[in-house]
Design a protein. Sequence first.
Length: 170
Amino acid sequence: MAGSINKVILVGNLGKDPEVRTLPSGEKVVNFSIATSESWNDRASGERKERTEWHRIVVFNDRIADVVEKYVKKGAKVYVEGALQTRKWTDQSGQEKFSTEIVIGKFKGELTMLDTRSGGAGESDAGGYQPRERAAAPARQPARSGAATGGGGPQWDAPRGGDLDDEIPF
């Protein structure tokens, strides 16, 4: 075994727009908080209860920071994968403070946008992401795993009709 693992996976919604700062080295650091919620029925009263947890996220990865800065806004649902870290500092009154955060480092971690409810990628501005349309091909060729497709990138086709269970080998 490798020793130890520090990995956190969360799916939640941003409580406010991300804060972007630039370090003296020119690197970006993005901070935001996401809320995760769980709900249940209270056994005694039958009443519906809900608990929300807030998680501080810090992004040191420049590529992910650029995406968050451009497209992720308050209310957006995101998938976050990072490492748990606790920092310690002394405030202005001399009192020691602690903060536990999920950190997306330079070479570790992930962020995936799960919806476009808050605008972001769904908007049609010049810098926004727009899916590319595939040129019509004269004949369909079967997809080959690991083979070059000649189109500058992988060709992703959704299954057409039929039962997907027929193609699963287990």
